[in-house]
Design a protein around this ligand. Sequence first.
Ligand code: ZN
Length: 79
Amino acid sequence: MKTFYLAVTYDVCAHNQLFEDMNRYALDLSINLDEQIREFAKQDIAPVVRLFTSDNQDFENLKFIKEYTFIEYECNCQE
Ligand SMILES: [Zn+2]
């Protein structure tokens, strides 16, 4: 059975209790996964990206694999 990989970027603000999903990206398994995830984080300025797998390309029944955090993209807003 083929496995599909999906990355989801999240917008996070601790001050506003915000944890909102932004975009979903299908990953290309021929390229380094960590590199792709770093690029998606940069593109969306996302402090959190979660990696999921699915057994179908419609990305149903997602299975959580791993969370990546990028402190350089955390919001700097003040109370
Ligand atoms: Zn904030």
